[in-house]
Design a binder for this molecule. Structure first.
Ligand SMILES: *[C@@H]1O[C@H](CO)[C@@H](O)[C@H](O)[C@H]1NC(C)=O
Length: 498
């Protein structure tokens, strides 16, 4: 403001000198749209025009951010555009489709690609030798975040459901509800990362088996929602209350639905998840939890009888090193940080379109240690495009369990919404069991002989084993090959232990 005042004073002095008695700003009136909002990376026009309409071709038009009058974003004077640091990113825009542009006094600013840093108050300043006027346009840059991720921890038949979502701007609103009304969260936290993006995390206690919904959005329209029905263990966990605190023992979630952003897609998917406790003895209880329309996960000892030796597809990928069923990334030179993408994903053969099949993947290596970054599952995609924008979710034909180096103590599953499963440690060998006909896909921690998660899906077309050794993880992933002899001894072992 101070600067503007000074400037006004200067103009007054100048005009007084040149035109002795002409009043300032008498014949230039600038109108603006006060606030505009744009999704990041998109173009936006900040509308500003003269009223009544008159040509601005011979005027000075200056756009500046905040109080930086002397460092304009765009400066047009003496019928020329002057060079500013924003050159190439800004130009004159049209306030609406019928506008005649500069000739009719439309001096709107067009910003070609908005970033979060572009937020702020923009002054549109128009000056003639007779006076000047200004208007301020507030620009908000929005960024849609990721769909919320839900996770559940049980204690004494009370579910502590957490909802987390990241990558928003400005601060998103998080809302819990059941079918009837809004619910008050137990805790709600907002945080901002170094790039200015906002995350939100909230938890709520649910004591009866009623569906809860968590929706996160900048407005109600664009909100992303995840719902789940937490189903408590039927039998009380002996001693689970004695230890005090919440125990991540069994997770059984019936996923009801997810409303994707913009309401375009409505998924109705059901999945059963069984997470495992560190406590011995809970397995039996969890195995008994059954929902009418959910497939009972198959016993590991039965799975093993369907062992199939999977081989990796020869893709000649420049990002992977494949040797004797061992797989890892080439290391180094990726642009997108450590994020695991389809660049390093690969299919296995054979593909399946019926029957029951089981295979195992080793994630440990005596010299390098346990693998932390991996995907293991199945896909119905005919080809895996290395750089595709399609989300790798169940509705797009990807069903997999994943582990990230930064998420100690949890594994993720590619359903909508993503569900985190609490685990006491990362598995050394993951067993994958596919019953194509019943739609069962189960994952096991083979060393501990425990079920990690079981998902029901309706498979269509041919389904292939799917792997990803992650990025920057030195430990290889090995597709275990078994002979008839190994299998009979495996089966004896599992019979012995039951
Ligand atoms: C529920 O879980 C969250 C973590 O997601 C935790 O911060 C919170 O304290 C838990 N609530 C209770 C009552 O234990």
């Amino acid at each position: 403001m101070g600067l503007q005042q000074t400037h006004r004073g200067f103009v007054v002095a100048l005009c007084a000198f040149l035109y002795s008695s002409l009043p300032v700003s008498s014949n230039l009136v600038v109108l603006v749209k006060n606030a505009v909002s744009v999704d990041s990376d998109h173009a936006i026009t900040l509308p500003c025009w003269l009223n009544p309409s008159q040509s601005a071709e011979n005027l000075e038009v200056r756009w500046y951010l905040g109080k930086n009058f002397d460092d304009p974003i765009m400066l047009y004077r003496a019928k020329k555009m002057e060079v500013t640091p924003y050159q190439g990113r800004v130009e004159f825009g049209l306030k609406d489709a019928t506008s005649g542009g500069l000739k009719t006094g439309d001096v709107s600013l067009k910003l070609l690609s908005a970033t979060l840093k572009d937020e702020g108050d923009y002054t549109c300043y128009v000056s003639s030798d007779q006076g000047y006027d200004t208007g301020i346009v507030k620009l908000t840059v929005t960024k849609m975040g990721a769909p919320p991720i839900l996770s559940v921890v049980w204690k004494d038949n009370v579910a502590n459901v957490s909802c987390a979502s990241e990558g928003w701007h400005p601060e998103p609103r998080l809302r819990w509800s059941d079918q009837k009304k809004d619910l008050t969260p137990g805790g709600l936290q907002h945080s901002v990362d170094s790039s200015g993006l906002q995350s939100v995390h909230s938890w709520i206690l649910v004591s009866d088996s009623s569906e809860v919904s968590c929706s996160v959005g900048l407005s109600d329209e664009g909100a992303k929602e995840a719902r789940l029905l937490p189903v408590p263990p039927q039998k009380k966990e002996p001693g689970s209350s004695a230890g005090g605190g919440w125990v991540a023992f069994g997770i059984l979630i019936l996923l009801i639905a997810v409303l994707a952003s913009l309401g375009l897609l409505y998924f109705r998917k059901r999945a059963l998840f069984l997470g495992k406790t560190d406590k011995p003895g809970s397995d039996e209880e969890n195995q008994k939890l059954l929902l009418k329309d959910v497939v009972q996960p198959t016993d590991l000892s039965t799975c093993i009888t369907h062992y199939v030796n999977v081989t990796l597809e020869e893709t000649g990928s420049p990002h992977l090193i494949i040797k004797d069923g061992k797989l890892r990334d080439k290391g180094g030179q990726y642009t997108e940080g450590q994020k695991v993408t389809c660049l390093t994903a690969i299919k296995g053969t054979p593909g399946f379109s019926s029957g029951q099949h089981y295979w195992e993947v080793s994630l440990e290596n005596p010299s390098v240690g346990l693998k932390k970054s991996w995907w293991v599952g199945v896909t119905s995609a005919a080809i895996i495009l290395p750089e595709s924008d399609i989300p790798l979710t169940a509705s797009n034909g990807f069903w997999f369990l994943s582990s990230s180096p930064d998420k100690e103590g949890s594994l993720q599953i590619s359903t909508e919404p993503n569900v985190s499963l609490h685990v006491s440690s990362r598995p050394q060998i993951v067993g994958v069991f596919l019953n194509y006909d019943s739609g069962e896909l189960s994952f096991y921690n083979v060393k501990d002989k425990r079920l990690i998660a079981s998902v029901t899906a309706s498979f269509r077309g041919e389904v292939f084993p799917f792997f990803n050794p992650g990025i920057g993880d030195k430990a290889p992933m090995e597709i275990l090959q078994k002979s008839v002899l190994d299998l009979s001894s495996d089966m004896t072992n599992s019979v012995d232990e039951t």
